[in-house]
Structure formats: structure tokens, C-alpha cells
Unconditional design. Structure first.
Length: 533
């Protein structure tokens, strides 16, 4: 054991933003933490790197931070991150997300519900009214949802049983059983609104016809109006860096380029880790894995030590059927959308065609084909945050979904250039100035490259495990193992493969609270009022 790694209370394997959130909260409470990160950089899916050209900062995974703002645990941490450790969020209060269409039609989701509905009413008064009603429903369930989402999961049966008692409740239950495509077709009439909201709802790597997802519309989209959509100044990675500064400020340590090979288990308890270079490091109190469940349980712990249901759970854990692909662009000028200045000024566009185009795209993914006409999300963060690029220049992300493995055996590396051209040509149908002379440099991230960059993004999918009912709530990561603890004493889970799932959520705070409970320090922490001991 290397002397320099001695004396830490808690070891965390991985330094994504959730591990860092967990580490920062524990460090604040006087727990000595050390994090070992495989990559030369920290942040996992909340990372910003200059991968196109010098001075152009691109978010290599997440860019929009939405969920983290409704997380009451993070809310208690954020003021300190902002005041002492350099985090600054930029909110798009006016014009959060633009829906762009090739014929120049445009829709906008503003922070303001009223303003959003005014815009929707220009294409359909009926749909604008329905959109508002859905938001009103969310307001009624919001407090219950927030409590459920940011705590260890409870069985769904209690809320289902309550809903079954009334006709209104039964109708809501029925709606929840719908697929997103069925939902937009039942609730909205206008083809532009249907497509915009459907594509939005599929963001957590789900399929348009996947049933049991109708409640997304009562949560994800209304959520935006209450908590906003934001980017971190300087890049998504600045969230990770501010958390890292906080950990170090309280005496903790983060070691990059230090992959963890094995968890060391003795007498039924997790006691330390073995690094890839053979170094063994022991913790005084606990070990946390921020590494996905397949690597953690199928490669990093001797199988003979594991209960059978954990092994089966890890084998059956599904990464997600809708992997993603990102491309990064350094530009002279920001894109100008055919949909006009108001849509252009949002700096964040969903370009998806119509419902049939979305269905075609997803069907190609299912069949293992390179999407011919991909629906794309495009973000020009430098329009809101000029620190991301040299003066007057811009950074751009074109993000979409694609199969991890191609059916005909083609390697993504061999078609990366063509794929990048296809993404660019698709965006050219929506923007008027994406000409060759506007492009300084580019970098294409295929699903294959995403999974290599961060092995926790299993199969290049981004939600830390499929967000399907069989793998949510009390089934996440495995039935019976949903309380952020592994099958050994002093062994904890953190990351999107646990409730509530993927995204930049700061869910590492839930794990930190569980650890504080076990260490008997929760009561004196700032989180004592939020969490029940
Ligand atoms: C292309 C893409 C775009 C996305 N866009 C968004 C978005 O806009 N908004 C949003 O909310 N979410 C987005 N997401 C999802 C989001 O990035 C992730 O869900 C989130 O970052 C997960 O955070 P985490 O800290 O729990 O895990 P991770 O970020 O996956 O962190 C795990 C860490 O563990 C490290 N690690 C792995 N193995 C080892 C090992 N053996 N030893 C040591 N370290 C190890 C990894 O290198 C990584 O740093 C996106 C994801 C992708 C892939």
C-alpha cells in the first residue's frame, strides 16, 4: 500500500459528477475521502475538453443541466459551490429550447409557461390549452414527485392503489401506461407540436412506442418551467471541477489516471481497492463504487463472493437500446436557423421533422442501421457563454441517437467521416449558414467512442442503464438492491444505475446521505432536515 494513499475514511472508485457530489458532501462533514479516476481527466459525463481546436471548449457528454436543479440535496450544496468553489450556472430564462422545422416553422419552450403557450397557440389553440393543463397537473403532484425522486425508492404499489380509487386516478393510470407516441397522438393535434414534444420526451434513450412512459409528459417537460434549463459557465466540466475543488478544500484527494481493478472484500466487508498498477489501498470506513454494475459486479469482484441474485442482476442489467452519438464543431459564426431570430436566439434546437421521421429514425436504430435522416439536438453553448470559445467564435454540438453495433458488421471507425458529414448535412436543412467556410474544425464521437471514453456509458447509451419500468425505482440496479448499498458491509453504490437514473442529477447526494446515516453524522449535517434518519 502506498503511504500517500493511507489514512482515508472513504475510497470512491470513479470521479464522475455523482461520485464528486458524494465526496464533496462527505468531505464537508469531516470525512476524509479519496477518489480514484481511470481517465486523465475527471467528471465522467460532465466533462469539457478542447477537442476540436485550441480555445474551443466542448462538453464531450452532457451539456444541459436540468434535473440537478430540482434536487433538494444539491440545492443545499450549490450556494457553497458558487460562493467558494467557482461554480456559476447560466439559465436560459427566455427561450430555453427551440423546435426548428425545415419549412421555417418554429416553436419555443420558454421558462415562462404563458409565453410558451402563446407561441404554441399560434399553430394550435387547443394544443396550447392542453399543454397548460398538463403543467397544472404537474403542479399538483410536484411535491410528492420531488420527495420520491430524490430519496431511496419506494414501491410504486402504494401510489397505484391510491390512484385506482377514483375515476380521475384511473384515467391518470391509463395515461401513464401509454407510450410517448400514443401520448402525443392522444393529447395534441398539431403535427409540429406533436413532433417537438415527442422528440423531447425521448431524450432519456427511450423508444417512441415503448409503453409505460406516458407520465414523462407530466414530469420532464413541466419540470423545465419550474427549475429551468442551464449550462455551467465554462462548460459542463465546471460542475465537476467545482466539486473537486470543494473536496480538496476540505482535505480530500482526487487521483486521476488511476483505474481501479478490483474491490478488496474481507470477511464480508469492503475494505479497499486494488489499482490497475497493483497498488492496494485500504479505507478506514467504507468503499463506494461509481463504476457501472456490469464492471463492478462481473469484473471487479470475485464471483464466488457474490450472492447469486446480484450476479444475475448484473448480467441482466440493460444498458439501453438507444445509444447516442455526439459531434463537436468549432465555428466562425453561430448558426442561423430558417425558423427565424427568436428560435435562433435560444441557442438550443431540436430538429426532428415529424412524428413519422422520428419513428423511421428509431426503427433504423432497432435494426442496427446507420440512421439515414437522423433527428438531431443542436446546442451552441457559446451563444450563452462566450467563455467557451475564442472571442467572437462559437462551439457547437450536434447530438443524436444511433446503434452501438451495426448489423452488417461495419466498424464505426470506418464510417466516422461519412457519419459526421451526414449530421452536418442534416443540420444544413434547418440552418442557413452551416457552410464549409464557417467550419473551423470538428470531432465526431460515435457510440463506440463514447463507450471507450467512459466505460460506464455501457454500449454508448447515456442514461446509466435503460430507463424502462423493469429497471426503475425498486428494480434499479437490481430487484432487492435499490438502497445504494452492495452485498457487503461498508460497500455503497453511486451513479445513474441507481434510482433515480441518468443525467446530470447530483444523485450522488442520496448515497452521501445514506453513508452519513451509517456514520451517524447526518443529524449535524445541512441535510438533516431533508432526509429522515
Ligand atoms: C453524449 C452524451 C450526452 C449527454 N447529455 C446529457 C445532457 O445534456 N444532460 C444530462 O443531464 N445528461 C446528459 N448525459 C448523461 C450524463 O452525462 C450522465 O448520466 C452523467 O454524467 C452520469 O454521471 P455519473 O457521475 O454518475 O457517472 P459517470 O459520469 O459515468 O462517471 C463514472 C466515472 O467513473 C470512471 N471509471 C470507470 N471505470 C473506472 C475504474 N475502473 N476505475 C476508476 N474510475 C472508473 C469513469 O471514467 C467516469 O469518470 C449525456 C451522456 C452522453 C454520453
Amino acid at each position: 500500500m502506498m503511504a500517500e494513499y493511507k489514512g482515508y475514511d472513504v475510497i470512491i472508485a470513479g470521479a464522475g459528477h455523482n461520485a464528486l457530489t458524494c465526496g464533496a458532501m462527505l468531505a464537508k462533514m469531516g470525512v476524509k475521502v479519496i477518489l480514484f479516476e481511470r481517465n486523465a481527466w475527471i467528471g465522467g459525463g460532465a466533462v469539457t475538453r478542447e477537442i476540436t481546436a485550441p480555445g474551443f471548449k466542448n462538453d464531450t457528454h452532457s451539456w444541459g443541466h436540468l434535473w440537478i436543479h430540482s434536487n433538494p440535496i444539491f440545492k443545499l450544496l450549490k450556494p457553497e459551490l458558487e460562493e467558494k468553489w467557482g461554480l456559476k450556472y447560466i439559465y436560459s430564462d427566455n427561450g430555453m429550447i427551440g423546435g426548428a422545422f425545415q419549412d421555417g416553422t418554429g416553436l419555443i419552450i420558454h421558462r415562462s409557461l404563458e409565453k410558451t403557450c402563446e407561441g404554441f397557440a399560434k399553430v394550435s389553440k387547443k394544443d396550447a390549452k392542453r399543454y397548460k393543463e398538463i403543467y397544472e397537473y404537474w403542479k399538483e403532484v410536484r411535491d410528492g414527485f420531488i420527495r420520491h425522486w430524490w430519496n431511496p425508492p419506494e414501491p410504486e404499489s402504494m401510489s397505484v392503489a391510491a390512484l385506482e380509487q377514483t375515476q380521475e386516478g384511473r384515467l391518470m393510470l391509463r395515461t401513464q401506461l401509454l407510450s410517448c407516441k400514443d401520448f402525443v397522438e392522444e393529447n395534441f393535434e398539431n403535427p409540429y407540436i406533436r413532433a417537438f414534444l415527442l422528440f423531447f420526451s425521448l431524450a432519456p434513450n427511450i423508444k417512441p412506442d415503448q409503453e409505460n412512459l406516458g407520465n414523462i409528459f407530466f414530469i420532464m417537460i413541466p419540470h423545465l418551467h419550474d427549475y429551468g434549463e442551464s449550462i455551467a459557465q465554462g462548460g459542463s466540466g465546471e460542475l465537476s471541477h467545482s466539486l473537486a475543488r470543494m473536496i480538496e478544500g476540505y482535505g480530500g484527494r482526487i487521483v486521476p489516471s488511476a483505474p481501479v481493478k478490483k474491490f478488496i472484500i474481507k470477511n464480508g466487508a469492503a475494505v479497499g481497492v486494488e489499482l490497475e498498477n497493483g497498488t492496494e489501498v485500504y479505507a478506514n470506513k467504507a468503499v463506494v463504487t461509481a463504476v457501472d454494475p456490469k464492471h463492478t459486479y462481473l469484473e471487479m469482484i470475485d464471483k464466488g463472493l457474490l450472492p447469486e441474485d446480484v450476479v444475475i442482476g448484473a448480467e441482466h442489467f440493460r444498458p439501453g437500446k438507444i445509444p447516442c452519438s455526439n459531434s463537436y464543431w468549432a465555428l466562425h459564426n453561430h448558426p442561423i436557423l430558417k425558423s427565424g431570430p427568436e428560435v435562433t436566439n435560444t441557442g438550443y434546437w431540436r430538429c426532428m421533422g415529424f412524428v413519422e421521421d422520428i419513428v423511421d429514425h428509431w426503427s433504423e436504430i432497432e435494426r442496427g442501421l446507420v440512421p439515414t435522416n437522423p433527428c438531431i439536438n443542436v446546442d451552441c453553448a457559446s451563444m450563452k457563454d462566450p467563455t467557451r470559445a475564442p472571442a467572437g467564435k462559437h462551439t457547437l454540438i450536434i447530438y443524436t441517437f444511433a446503434p452501438y453495433k451495426l448489423r452488417d458488421g461495419t466498424d464505426w471507425d470506418d464510417i466516422e467521416k461519412e457519419w459526421g458529414d451526414r449530421l452536418l448535412n442534416t443540420f444544413r436543412k434547418y440552418a442557413i449558414n452551416m457552410t464549409d467556410d464557417n467550419i473551423i474544425a470538428r470531432y465526431i464521437n460515435t457510440p463506440k467512442k463514447i463507450a471507450i471514453d467512459n466505460p460506464c456509458m455501457l454500449d454508448g447509451a447515456n442514461m446509466g442503464g435503460e430507463m424502462a419500468k423493469y429497471q426503475m425505482g425498486i428494480f434499479r440496479p437490481f430487484a432487492g438492491w435499490c438502497h445504494y448499498r452492495g452485498p457487503f458491509k461498508n460497500f455503497y453504490h453511486v451513479g445513474p444505475w441507481n434510482h433515480p437514473g441518468g443525467g446530470v442529477t447530483g444523485m450522488g447526494g442520496i448515497t452521501a446521505i445514506e453513508i452519513m446515516k451509517d456514520f451517524k453524522i447526518l443529524k449535524k449535517s445541512p441535510w438533516a432536515e431533508w432526509a429522515e434518519d
